[in-house]
Design a protein around this ligand. Structure first.
Ligand SMILES: NC(=O)c1ccc[n+]([C@@H]2O[C@H](COP(=O)([O-])OP(=O)(O)OC[C@H]3O[C@@H](n4cnc5c(N)ncnc54)[C@H](OP(=O)(O)O)[C@@H]3O)[C@@H](O)[C@H]2O)c1
Length: 334
């Protein structure tokens, strides 16, 4: 396997701005903390204000401890640590309104955006669970709302190009996902264990499709499998997928800091400047599943996703990806 690929540790310009969804815990927490320690500006986009504020305090405290070498089990940071520039903004990905409101507020702050890390994820339904917007929960939280967020933020990412990045935190679980043409959310069959797997597949497929639509525009679209990481996602999850992953974590699990390696390499490594459509497995470029690379299937998912988001998108946004509202059919309700 060779040495683990290392996370770049070059100082970041203070204006380089990152959004990390679900940055209050687990892999997202460690990703956000490391970027902030390197000097970047980080917005953690989280659904719970109390948890997010607690996470920021914890990042500041841990950074001071690591710097002073107080926590002996951790590698002391040898150079001067900048004051962490990390802010919280509310985002509940189970709601389109919340996603749209997040973007509005972010734009109101007048900040640039260089890197969007779509990290938040859920695995909590043993049976069908439908959001207020009418979509299967995993489909919306893990995939569709992240796609909406990405589209709404594209103008800002384009302003920061070249070397803007979108990172989808997917999973090796995408290997077990399916695309069923007339039943993409799989709601008709109620196979709850498929919901998470499919959402992770869709994130990888979306990476390929979006990369094509943004060719030559200076935005890299990447996706990652972080490894089997000991976090809350499987601990709190139920059903056979959560159980299988929990057992794998018992055997091969790593901690969240190690689990953030893939996201950090995708977000920061200058080696990937000007490249796009890479899938990283624990920090190394790797082949995603054959199904995820099937262009015809990617286009089916793309078209369906735009239909799902039809009410949320304007022609101005659709122009960014070469689409028009008049060409997107409403979702059939049958
Ligand atoms: N752990 C692994 O072994 C593993 C393996 C492969 C892929 N992944 C992927 O890695 C990503 C991070 O997972 P993790 O392991 O770090 O899990 P985690 O510790 O459970 O973190 C998940 C994050 O997502 C947030 N979230 C969940 N539902 C949300 C919603 N509706 N709106 C906004 N945020 C929401 C959670 O917020 P709250 O704290 O408020 O719940 C939390 O911040 C996920 O996409 C997961 O699928 C993990």
């Amino acid at each position: 396997m060779g040495a683990k690929p290392s996370v770049p540790d070059d100082q970041l310009p203070p204006d380089r701005t990152f959004i990390v969804t679900g940055g209050n815990t687990g892999i997202g927490y460690e990703t956000a903390k490391t970027i902030a320690q390197l000097g970047g500006r980080v917005i953690i986009a989280c659904r719970n204000e109390e948890k997010a504020k607690f996470a920021i305090e914890r990042m500041i405290r841990e950074t001071q401890e690591e710097h002073s070498g107080e926590k002996t089990e951790k590698q002391p940071i040898t150079r001067e640590v900048p004051e962490l520039n990390i802010q919280y903004m509310n985002l509940d990905l189970s709601s389109f309104n919340s996603t749209i409101e997040f973007v509005r507020e972010f734009k109101d702050r007048g900040l640039p955006l260089h890197v969007l890390i779509c990290n938040a994820g859920t695995l909590n339904a043993q049976q069908k669970c439908v959001t207020k917007d009418g979509f299967e929960l995993h489909f919306q939280v893990n995939y569709l709302s992240h796609f909406l967020l990405t589209l709404l933020l594209l103008p800002l990412l384009k302003e920061s190009a070249p070397n803007s990045r979108i990172v989808n935190v997917s999973s090796v679980a995408h290997l077990f996902g399916e695309v069923i043409h007339d039943n993409i959310q799989d709601l008709k069959s109620h196979r709850a264990h498929k919901f998470y797997l499919n959402s992770k597949l869709f994130q990888v497929m979306n990476m390929y499709c979006l990369s094509r639509k943004l060719t030559g525009q200076g935005i890299s679209v990447l996706s990652v499998h972080p490894g089997f990481v000991d976090t809350d996602v499987f601990r709190e999850g139920t059903g056979c997928v959560a159980c299988s992953f929990s057992s794998m974590i018992c055997c091969w699990g790593v901690d969240a800091k190690e689990g953030s390696r893939s996201s950090l390499i995708a977000a920061l490594d200058p080696k990937y400047d000007g490249t796009t459509a890479h899938y990283f497995d624990r920090g190394r470029p790797s082949n995603s599943s054959r199904l995820s690379r099937d262009e015809a299937k990617q286009e089916i998912l793309w078209k369906y996703s735009l239909q799902c988001l039809r009410e949320q998108l304007s022609d101005v946004i659709l122009q960014e990806i070469g689409e028009k509202l008049e060409d997107i059919e409403p979702l059939s309700t049958s």
